[in-house]
Write a protein that binds this ligand. Structure first.
Ligand code: G3P
Length: 219
């Protein structure tokens, strides 16, 4: 399972990268705004910096336009920025046309804001490289986001679609574990959820005991 971090915060991306288990980064306009990044030049520079930190991993950069021509224009500029950029396109009708356009041109895409199996099926048919079902936001409205991951896994496996399932809007470690059980190809979440996977009180207690015993024996 690939691990992406869902942030535009450079320090957190660096921390995740330093762990040695980071496979990529996803961003969105809200996450960029949260870091105070605005204006085309600054936005492009920020994406380039993220790509440099991540090294080999994919970096999703989202278009702002909502019309086909605008998405194509923005997406092509983003794709030219760095070979690891994946153009993030919203699941709207114009976006589907853009997904197909980019797929035909060999430019990789991440279809975002996906909340149903039907949307995921269309994204795969349009040739999206990744599909991003937002599981946390479904949970927020009392709909099980993990059920959607299961549905998409089944549908993609039925037909051999190569679109990778990128579980997004991941909020906590159990989301990650359940996504791994179901067979999501990728998860993207906050650093806190990734770090939480490593924690166990018995590990902490056991280590404290080992170190205490070692210190006692050394006296
Ligand atoms: O990757 C999508 C993600 O940024 C949405 O997460 O927590 O805002 O629902 P959240």
């Amino acid at each position: 399972m690939k691990f992406f971090i869902d942030t535009a915060n450079l320090a957190q991306i660096q921390d995740a990268h330093d762990l040695g288990i980071l496979d990529g980064v996803t961003t969105n306009p809200s996450l960029m705004a949260k870091e105070g990044i605005s204006g085309k030049d600054n936005v492009m520079k920020h994406y380039k910096t993220i790509c440099d930190i991540v090294g080999d991993g994919d970096v999703s950069a989202e278009v702002i336009a909502t019309d086909f021509q605008g998405m194509v224009r923005e997406g092509e500029e983003l794709a030219e920025l760095h070979p690891n950029i994946v153009v993030k396109i919203p699941m709207i009708q114009e976006g589907v046309k853009a997904l197909k356009y980019f797929s035909d041109k060999g430019i990789r895409t991440n279809c975002t804001l996906v909340f149903s199996a039907g949307q995921a099926l269309i994204a795969a048919k349009a040739g999206a490289s990744y599909v991003s079902p937002f599981i946390g936001r479904l949970d927020d409205i009392s709909t099980d986001g993990l059920d959607l991951i299961e549905q998409i896994r089944l549908i993609y496996d039925n037909y051999g679609y190569e679109t990778e399932i990128l579980a997004a809007s991941v909020r906590h470690p159990m989301h990650i574990i359940k996504c791994a059980e179901i067979g999501a190809d990728v998860m993207t979440g906050p650093l806190s959820a990734i770090v939480a996977l490593m924690k166990h009180p018995l590990t902490d207690n056991g280590l404290a005991q080992f170190l205490a015993d070692h210190a006692k024996a050394a006296k």
